[in-house]
Design a protein around this ligand. Structure first.
Ligand code: FAD
Length: 284
C-alpha cells in the first residue's frame, strides 16, 4: 500500500508517538516550530512533509525540582522557564533572555533549542546538565556537552526524542552570560558563559563555554567550545586572582580558539576580552 504524505501526526503519549514514527520514519518532530521556519522569507513557510507534533504529550511539559536538580520537560517554553525566577541558574536564564523577542520565547521550547544546539546549549554544558533521549526501544541519558557535539545525522540516526533535561543545582559564586550578535556583514555570533565556584578564598571550579549561533541551515554547525586544559590552570588558585593569571587564562583561550580556526578573528578577540575582563573582576 502506498504511504500517504503530508500528515500532521498528533500522538497523545510516547507509545503512540513511536508507533507513528515507525510508520512514518521521515516524520519530523515539531515543538514550537520557530526554528523550523526561521530564515524562511516566503509568505507561507515550507514545512517537512510529515510532522510529528509534540503538543499533546503532557509528560513533556513537566517541571520538577529536588534539592539537587531541576528537571524540565522538553516542551516547556523558554518564557515559562524564565518565569520560574530564582529556581533557575542565572547562566541559563541569561541565555534564554537573549533568544528572539517575547513572542518567540512564548512559542519556542527548550527541547527545540537544545536539539539545534542553540544558545541555551552553552549554559547547559557549563552547568553539567544531562538530557534524556527516548526511542522506541527505551531511554538513555547523555551529557549536554556530548549531545552538542553530535552532527545532525548522528542526532537523527536512531529516531530519538529529547524528553527531559536535568540541571544540577550547584551554587555558583560568579556568573557571566554574554551574547555576541552577528554583525551586518555576515560575521559570527554566539553565547559565552563563565561560571566560577570558590570555597573561602580558593577558586575550586571554573567552566567557560562558547557556542556559535545557529546558522541559516538551522543547526549550530560547529559544536561547542570548552577548553578543559585552561580550566585546570586556574583551579586551586587563591582569590583574589593574580592579574597575570587572569590575563594568561585569556591568552590560553585565544590560542585554543586560534587552533580551532573558529570563530572569526573579530569575534575571537571579543570573546577573549570578555573572559579577561570577567576574571580581572576576581583579581586584586
Ligand atoms: C525571530 C527568531 C529569532 C530567533 N533567535 C534565536 C536566538 O537568538 N538564539 C537561538 O538559539 N535560537 C533562535 N531562534 C531559533 C528558535 O526560536 C529557538 O532555537 C527555539 O528554542 C527552537 O524551539 P522550537 O520549539 O521552536 O523548535 P522547533 O522549530 O519546533 O524544532 C527545532 C528542531 O528541533 C527538533 N525538535 C524539537 N523538539 C524536539 C524534541 N523534543 N526531540 C527531538 N527533536 C526535537 C525539530 O524536529 C527541529 O528539527 C530564533 C527564531 C526566530 C524565529
Amino acid at each position: 500500500m502506498a504511504v500517504p504524505h503530508n500528515q500532521v501526526l498528533r500522538p497523545g503519549n510516547f507509545s503512540e508517538l513511536f508507533s507513528f514514527w515507525g510508520r512514518f520514519p521521515d516524520a519530523v518532530p515539531f515543538a514550537g516550530g520557530t526554528a523550523l521556519i526561521r530564515f524562511q522569507d516566503r509568505m507561507l513557510p515550507e514545512l517537512p512533509g510529515n510532522i510529528l507534533s509534540l503538543e499533546k504529550i503532557e509528560d513533556l511539559r513537566r517541571i520538577t525540582r529536588t534539592e539537587r536538580y531541576l528537571e524540565i520537560g522538553t516542551m516547556v517554553r523558554l518564557g515559562e522557564i524564565i518565569a520560574l525566577g530564582k529556581t533557575v541558574p542565572d547562566a541559563f536564564t541569561g541565555a534564554l533572555r537573549g533568544i528572539g523577542g517575547p513572542q518567540v520565547r512564548n512559542l519556542a521550547t527548550i527541547g527545540g533549542n537544545l536539539y539545534i544546539s542553540g544558545d541555551a546549549a552553552a549554559p547547559m554544558a557549563a552547568l553539567d546538565a544531562r538530557y534524556e533521549l527516548r526511542s522506541a526501544s527505551g531511554s538513555r541519558w547523555i551529557s549536554a556537552f556530548r549531545f552538542s557535539m553530535l552532527s545532525p545525522g548522528e542526532k537523527q540516526k536512531n529516531r530519538e526524542l529529547l524528553t527531559r533535561i536535568r540541571i544540577p543545582l550547584e551554587p555558583w559564586n560568579y556568573t557571566v552570560c554574554r551574547k555576541f550578535v552577528p554583525g551586518g556583514s555576515g560575521g559570527e555570533g554566539g553565547v559565552l558563559i563563565i561560571l566560577v565556584q570558590n570555597q573561602k578564598d580558593i577558586l575550586t571550579r571554573i567552566q567557560v563555554v562558547f557556542i556559535p549561533s545557529p546558522v541559516s541551515g538551522g543547526e549550530s554547525g560547529s559544536g561547542l567550545f570548552m577548553d578543559k586544559d585552561s580550566e585546570r590552570f586556574l583551579e586551586g588558585k587563591a582569590l583574589p586572582l593574580d592579574r597575570r593569571d587572569a590575563i594568561h587564562y585569556g591568552e590560553q583561550w585565544n590560542s585554543y580558539l586560534r587552533g580551532l580556526g573558529r570563530p572569526d578573528p573579530l569575534l575571537r578577540a571579543k570573546i577573549v576580552n570578555v573572559i579577561e575582563t570577567g576574571l580581572l573582576e576576581l583579581s586584586n
